[in-house]
Design a protein around this ligand. Structure first.
Ligand code: GLN
Length: 486
């Protein structure tokens, strides 16, 4: 049962071959057994989960069940959950109990899902290894000496190790797709504005987007059907007709034009990653897709642009954590200014401070034009490259990350090296585009490789359809991690 996809579990619940309470118990037992090693969850509340599961079973008995009713899932600890700790992986919020639910949390509750708990993450979603978490790093279930990726590393580890059939994540520069790739699961970053950011603790507001993580593309579609939709409380939430993200799951591949940017297949990529990705692309070609070579000439500027814009927005967003309104406050202080200083010095970790420093610097008078404004202009060029590319192809494929999961502690003292890891995931959010990572094989050490599919705005269903066809023919997404056998 634990190795079933969410769609299969939904079927089992509908047939009555398992109840939500039984399924929830299985997950909770597995969490109790493995979370000590994986550190995937920051908060688990078994009583609450079982209460929700009983309510889901009653709802089903009353004939009011929807497709996700009774499905257990986990939320990244960046989503505010009423009455439950929401830490954002930070000491600053280590004691914060949210008085309200995020829109995404509300939507899943309305669909009748069962909350298993809140998953570990890089502090304020800043990182790509989960190592910046105040609660310690989550571990990769394929090899616990390796990182699960980040920032949604806890969600990725939980889904990969079968602690939860699905989880939510957020992606600013790759935080859904890169951990999905590192742990052999699937993750979708939707088009900017499709999922409400209300109650999702802000990192870089023009980039942040919530999305689903699960074992297969079909499951991502089901989750998107629940989590997408307009929300008046987020001014960037789009007003669009409701769409069925499953509608293209059986669309044929024949005639599909797959763009291959030369920049995504160049130097600096691990040879085994490149080999697995090329094999996957060859499968698509053998099944009717047409390959189109193209260029995204400005993508080489994506990392520097991101590391100006994201810290700039973060420095503004994080100014609210001042010891007055929520979270941590220093114990001893001389006056108000001293209270702010001590609170922020104690509450934030090194990476968050680094970003606040960079952000305030690039926004400061005298540097604004040289850095921030310049970055915004190049951001525009990156978006234009994609727009031109999508005149020649329907979707773009390449590796999700240049390597497989690296060892815990690697690059600890080299932030620039860490930032370069985001090279393939950063362009899509800069252009607001949807992008998906699915597993496409393993390296010699047994670590998963991720294939990234990027589409034009609102092409989620098409990306999911292409991924689903591939997953009907392959079983990478079915493999169970070595360190956490069933
Ligand atoms: N790794 C990137 C960063 O550190 C992306 C994080 C994210 O998408 N939240 O900013």
């Amino acid at each position: 049962m634990l190795n079933s996809t969410l769609s299969e579990l939904a079927g089992a619940l509908a047939r009555g071959s398992i109840s939500s309470v039984e399924l929830t118990r299985l997950c909770l037992e597995r969490i109790a057994r493995l979370n000590g090693v994986l550190n995937a969850f920051i908060t688990v509340d078994a009583e609450r989960s079982l209460r929700e599961a009983r309510a889901a079973d009653e709802r089903r008995a009353a004939g009011r069940a929807g497709p996700l009713t009774g499905i257990p899932l986990a939320h990244k600890d960046i989503y505010c959950t009423r009455g439950m700790l929401t830490t954002c992986g930070s000491r600053m919020l280590a004691n914060f109990v949210s008085p309200y639910d995020a829109h995404v949390v509300e939507r899943f509750a309305a669909a009748g899902t069962v909350l298993l708990g809140k998953t570990n993450m890089d502090e304020f979603a800043m990182g790509s290894s989960n190592e910046t978490s105040y609660f310690g790093p989550a571990k990769n279930p394929w090899d616990t000496a390796h990182v699960p990726g980040g920032s949604s590393g806890g969600s990725a580890a939980a889904v990969a190790a079968r602690l939860a059939p699905a989880a939510t994540g957020t992606d600013t520069g790759g935080s859904i797709r890169q951990p999905a790739a590192f742990t052999g699961v699937c993750g979708l970053k939707p088009t900017y504005g499709v999922v409400s950011r209300y109650g999702m603790i802000a990192f870089a507001s023009s980039l942040d987007q919530g999305g689903p993580m699960a074992r297969c593309a079909e499951d991502l579609a089901l989750l998107m059907n629940a989590m997408a939709g307009h929300d008046a409380r987020d001014s960037t939430s789009l007003e669009r007709a409701t769409e069925d993200y499953s509608r293209e799951l059986s669309a044929p591949l024949a005639g599909l034009r797959i763009g291959l940017p030369r920049e995504y297949f160049g130097a600096g990529i691990a040879p085994e990653v490149l080999a697995r990705v090329r094999e996957a692309i060859a499968w698509f070609e053998a099944h009717g897709a047409r390959l189109v070579e193209l260029d995204l000439p400005n993508s080489r500027l994506a990392v520097p642009v991101y590391y100006v814009i994201a810290p700039a927005e973060a420095s503004s967003n994080l100014s609210r954590f001042d010891g007055v309104r929520y979270g941590h406050r220093a114990r001893g202080y001389a006056d108000l200014a001293d209270m702010y200083c001590r609170t922020r010095a104690e509450g934030f970790g090194a990476e968050v401070k680094r970003r606040i420093l960079i952000g305030t610097y690039v926004l400061s008078h005298g540097y604004y034009d040289a850095y921030y404004l310049q970055a915004q202009k190049v951001r525009r060029l990156i978006a234009r490259d994609f727009a031109e590319a999508f005149e020649r192809c329907d979707l773009i494929m390449g590796p999700t990350a240049p390597s497989t999961a690296f060892a815990l502690g690697a690059n600890r003292d080299d932030p620039v090296q860490r930032y370069l890891n985001d090279i393939f995931t950063i362009p899509a959010p800069l252009a607001g585009l949807p992008a998906l990572s699915i597993p496409c094989g393993f390296d010699a050490a047994g670590l998963p490789v991720g294939l990234q599919l990027t589409g034009k705005h609102f092409a989620e269903a098409r990306l999911l359809g292409a991924a689903h066809r591939y997953q009907q023919a392959t079983d990478w997404h079915r493999r169970v991690p070595a360190a956490t056998p069933l």
